[in-house]
Design a protein around this ligand. Structure first.
Ligand code: SF4
Length: 428
């Protein structure tokens, strides 16, 4: 029989230590966001407004920043968009939104950055795609122009290589070299290698052109989970630049969330990744902030960062007699998230709070006891009352039609008592 007793040492828990990287600092005014160098994994997002519409873009940047995006990328694709960038920044500054803006450039970035110096100065970072800059000498010249602007304005860059726009000349060369191997690799393996080589060789070239090595972040985005994991493991082993993680074209709804989470969780668990973006396709009219919430939830559920109190809720089953507990779980989750912009400054540490909303007596009391504050709603055939547990102790029992409102008030009261300034003062 297999021996199932444990050794003297408990199994280790948690992610591997973060990979050591250079530190890249992205600034706006007095506000600085560090990517890599041991800093917490940074959450970023991207707008989908027409950048030339300064008012709409500023409004969406503000919404993303308020949801918790620490960097926001905007498309800069036309002279009108480049001209709008300073206006967007000015509007954000008037609204006290200090989030740094990253400009996303393809094809004509060298021209736009040269022709619109105010745009170049206003952006806090440039995303450069070396696969979309023409070919041969033209490509080299265009790249050199963008690096020259980055050096002149002292801006960091991301060299963002993408599966869908990989440098054709590099890939063709590598395919030819592969054909001469004694045992040629599969084409897909050569493409993965080409992504990594493209990112690192362009970073080295940027350094040769005078860019500070601490001003470079890399990404190699692909749309399949296993390819992404392989590419980033390889990339992280071959350089020490901070890495931007994201599964490109992840898709809509649960497919996009699951694919992004599966890929990023494996890498983050291995200590790989310094900033993340979740590329979800929004439903028509959908809320762009969802990509920020998902990014935060990945990091928080993995225990890497805390952003907002977490609600533990059971899935419900044949023992739940109504939708009351689903509604309560949903309402309390939304309430906690809505409060965070205020609570963050007023109640430091509240983002680590755990709340349980459970559907019946089977796991309700146990799970509620493990949470900071929990409620166990009655299942089918149980006495219609809902005991509330605070710090592991059973306290008040709620009854009647106002359970949701009363529970919310209890949570608010608990937050004030446990995380308010007076609570901190009495602990110190
Ligand atoms: S706690 Fe009760 S209602 Fe919830 S899943 Fe478990 S058995 Fe079902």
């Amino acid at each position: 029989m297999t021996d199932i007793s444990n050794s003297d040492v408990p199994p280790p828990v948690g992610a591997a230590p973060r990979r050591q990287t250079r530190a890249t600092v992205v600034r706006w005014g007095g506000h600085a966001v560090q990517v890599g160098g041991g800093a917490p994994v940074v959450v970023q997002s991207m707008t989908n407004t027409d950048t030339a519409d300064a008012a709409a873009t500023a409004a969406q940047v503000r919404a993303l920043a308020q949801a918790g995006s620490e960097l926001v990328r905007i498309t800069v694709n036309t002279p009108e968009a480049a001209r709008a960038v300073p206006a967007i920044r000015a509007q954000l500054d008037r609204m006290n939104v200090s989030v740094p803006l990253v400009g996303d450039f393809h094809y004509n970035g060298h021209k736009l950055l040269g022709q619109f110096p105010e745009c170049a100065q206003t952006l806090s970072k440039y995303r450069i795609n070396p696969g979309n800059m023409g070919g041969g000498k033209k490509r080299d010249d265009n790249f050199a122009q963008m690096i020259e602007v980055a050096c002149r304005h002292d801006k960091p860059i991301r060299i963002g290589v993408n599966w869908g726009s990989l440098d054709h000349e590099l890939l063709a060369r590598m395919m030819d070299d592969n054909a001469r191997r004694a045992q040629p690799w599969e084409a897909q393996a050569v493409m993965r290698d080409a992504l990594v080589i493209s990112a690192i060789s362009n970073a080295r070239r940027a350094e040769e052109l005078g860019l500070n090595p601490n001003a470079i972040v890399l990404s190699c985005k692909v749309s399949h989970v296993q390819d992404l994991i392989t590419v980033y493991r390889d990339l992280s082993a071959r350089c020490d630049y901070p890495l931007h993680l994201g599964l490109t074209e992840a898709g809509m709804g649960s497919k996009g969330i699951v694919a992004s989470t599966a890929a990023l969780a494996v890498l983050l668990q291995q200590g790989i990744g310094d900033t993340i973006r979740i590329s979800l396709t929004p439903e028509p009219g959908g809320d762009r902030r969802r990509e920020v919430v998902v990014a935060q939830e990945i990091l928080q559920t993995m225990g890497l960062r805390a952003f907002t109190p977490m609600v533990v809720a059971c899935p419900g089953c044949g023992r739940t007699s109504s939708t009351v507990f689903q509604e309560l779980a949903n309402d309390i989750q939304a309430y906690l998230r809505e409060q965070m912009p205020l609570w963050k400054t007023r109640y430091p540490g509240v983002e680590n709070m755990n709340v349980a909303v459970m559907g019946c007596v089977v796991n309700g009391p146990g799970e509620s006891r493990h949470a900071d504050i929990g409620i166990s709603l009655p299942g089918t055939g149980e006495v219609p009352s809902a005991p509330v547990y605070i710090d592991g102790e059973r306290t008040i029992t709620l009854k009647g039609d106002n359970i949701a409102v009363e529970f919310q008030a209890i949570v608010e009261n608990y937050v004030q008592r446990r995380y308010g300034r007076s609570a901190h003062a009495s602990q110190s």
